[in-house]
Design a protein around this ligand. Structure first.
Ligand SMILES: Cc1ncc(COP(=O)(O)O)c(C=O)c1O
Length: 361
């Protein structure tokens, strides 16, 4: 049910033309396609600047470094997210501090966030999990009040909105992943950072290219995290279709809601202040393993994102032994993400719902 090549088949003529253009140009890394993608994503998101890079993980890492976060600092983030969100903090030498989630939306709980801020806190990463924005107005207000840098982890949420503004336009930084399963999917690894500030834009460009702005002059130690032209060209084609694809995801979600109405499970809540782009359609059930097995028996892959909250991961458990985050721990025990993609047809969606109802009977 996850078929990264399906989008390629649907857009084959446009993608083949774009890939051929790049191969024929001889410019393969940092060139006109990447620059155009940066301009187009910035305009789409509604952010003044965008800088391409190698992955969503690098986007987070480079944003944290550009913000001046390093050893001795703390960054608060939700415990219920993909591991990379915390890993990027650890790369800088800062400490990831885990907060709990709002059980309805799976996103950062404001009360828990407040309780985890200390005198060492420098930043907050708000993850827009599964394609739905965190409570950005309250989080941004809190960050302004406490003078903390707000980094949005938009890896799963390109096109999602909160109060009419897109994910990636609220914080000092918005970090995007274009990993092949994402709503905007490259044919390999790619990422991008949006930022509100021209100064940050300059630093990010330098950091992604060995700390260099001028050939063979290195102002600081950076990384090789450049966006390649083939990925940029593929992404530009797909960006033109993103709204249509996100609308199709929302239609699949609507159909799931209709067909699963009244079944003994919890459907994902939509925050009415935002627009969900359904990177995942995540249900909750105490019997999720039985549902998953019944679907697997019929060749349908449902996935558990995420089976273990980050404060319980071996890499972070030792420093978080006494920490309990009940909503994150309960989510890890009960969530199940059903297949969703823009090309999933009604008959397949209905078949999945029928199997779930059978499994719960
Ligand atoms: C929430 C979240 N953050 C960060 C990442 C990292 O992105 P990438 O895989 O492009 O490094 C991902 C993607 O897998 C993600 O889902």
């Amino acid at each position: 049910m996850v078929d990264p090549a399906a989008e390629y088949r649907a857009l084959k003529a446009e993608i083949d033309e774009a890939v051929g253009r790049v191969l024929g140009s001889g410019r393969y890394v940092l060139g006109p396609e990447g620059e155009a993608l940066e301009r187009e994503v910035a305009a789409y998101v509604g952010a003044p600047h965008a800088v391409g890079c190698n992955s969503g993980t690098d986007a987070l890492h480079l944003a944290l470094v550009a913000a001046g976060i390093g050893p001795g600092d703390e960054v608060v983030l939700p415990a219920f997210t993909f591991f990379a969100t915390a890993e990027a903090v650890s790369y800088t030498g800062a400490t990831p501090v885990f907060a709990d989630i709002d059980p309805a939306t799976f996103n950062l709980s404001i009360d828990s966030l407040k309780s985890r801020i200390s005198s060492k806190t420098k930043g907050v990463i708000a993850v827009h999990l599964f394609g739905q924005c965190a409570a950005l107005e309250e989080i941004a207000a809190l960050c302004r009040q406490k003078k903390l840098v707000l980094i949005e982890d938009c890896a799963q949420a390109l096109g999602a909105e909160y109060q009419g503004r897109r994910a990636g336009s609220w914080g000092e930084f918005g970090c995007f992943s274009f990993y092949p399963t994402k709503n905007l999917a490259a044919a390999g690894d790619a990422g991008l950072i949006t930022t509100t500030s021209g100064d940050y834009d300059k630093v990010l460009r330098m950091l992604r290219h060995h700390g260099s702005r001028q050939a063979y002059l290195h102002e600081r130690v950076g990384w090789n995290s450049r966006l390649d032209e083939l990925q940029a060209a593929v992404l530009r084609v797909k960006l033109r279709h993103l709204d249509e694809f996100n609308a199709a995801r929302r239609r699949v979600a609507q159909r799931y809601r209709g067909k699963l109405q009244g079944a003994r499970l919890e459907l994902p809540a939509e925050d009415t202040r935002g627009k969900h782009v359904y990177h995942q359609f995540t249900i909750r059930s105490g019997r999720r393993d039985a549902i998953r097995e019944a679907l697997a028996a019929d060749g349908i892959a449902a996935s558990i994102f995420y089976p273990m909250p980050l404060h319980r991961q071996p890499a972070y458990a030792a420093s978080n032994r006494s920490l309990t985050l009940p909503a994150s721990e309960a989510a890890a025990r009960t969530v199940l993400s059903l297949p969703i993609n823009p090309l999933l047809d009604e008959a397949s969606t209905d078949r999945i719902c029928a199997r779930i109802r059978d499994a719960l009977r």
